[in-house]
Design a protein around this ligand. Structure first.
Ligand SMILES: Nc1ncnc2c1ncn2[C@@H]1O[C@H](COP(=O)(O)OP(=O)(O)OP(=O)(O)O)[C@@H](O)[C@H]1O
Ligand SMILES: [Mg+2]
Length: 197
């Protein structure tokens, strides 16, 4: 398994990095996103969707576990894979994941699973694990700070801009699919390969 780290300063930069990653993806790829509540998993997936040229409208699904965003024939990547976006937060086991039949769409899609660690690894031989981390010291969870909980509310339109914070994205490539793929091309200025484990 090889690991890279990237730093972003804003939500837009996280989306831009995801959009660059999209250029390296193809149908059949599985991405597992982890990191705490509000770390930026859905934000990242939005950038990925844009880069893949799929139908817009990637949101934090509250009750819907899986959404399929079809590739747009008149988008930037016609004929490319669809995006299947899963939020496994409410699933307690890999058994429940099997009920939503991701196998059916896996081969024709890029499948992205928020909170997918220990739940979906069995779906594919190879995967990318991407962990989003608040940079240390910027947790800003002092008194009076409302954590982003994805449940919406009056401030749900504040997502763009005014709450930008640094994030570290740790990308680990597992399995033969990624042999020879160099993720250092992403975010050229901010990346750092962390070596092989
Ligand atoms: N550098 C950054 N990268 C990504 N998001 C950022 C960054 N800085 C600030 N943000 C903000 O953090 C929030 C991330 O919310 P998002 O819904 O993407 O998180 P999530 O990890 O999907 O949460 P959940 O666990 O509830 O699904 C957004 O409001 C986004 O604008
Ligand atoms: Mg989310």
């Amino acid at each position: 398994m090889r690991t890279w780290e990237f730093a972003t300063g804003t939500a837009a930069q996280t989306q831009e990095l995801a959009g660059q990653l999209a250029q390296l993806l193809r149908a059949g790829d599985l991405i597992i996103l982890s990191g705490g509540l509000g770390a930026g998993k859905t934000t990242f997936t939005q950038g990925l969707g844009r880069g893949l040229g799929v139908r817009e409208g990637i949101i934090s699904p509250t009750f819907v576990l899986v959404r399929i965003h079809p590739n747009l024939p008149d988008g930037p990547n016609p004929g490319g894979p669809d995006l299947v976006h899963v939020d496994a937060y409410r699933l307690s086991s890999s058994g429940e994941i099997d009920d939503i039949d991701l196998e059916n769409t896996l081969d024709s899609s890029v499948t992205v699973v928020e909170w997918g660690v220990d739940r979906v690894e069995h779906l594919a031989e190879s995967r990318l694990d991407i962990e989003l981390l608040r940079a240390s010291g910027s947790a800003s969870a002092g008194p009076g700070h409302d954590p982003v909980d994805g449940t919406g509310g009056d401030s749900s339109f504040d997502v763009e801009g005014d709450d930008d914070e640094p994030r570290t994205l740790r990308l680990s490539a597992c399995g033969p699919r990624w042999h020879g793929v160099d993720f250092a091309v992403l975010g050229q200025t901010a990346s750092q390969e962390k070596g092989t484990t």
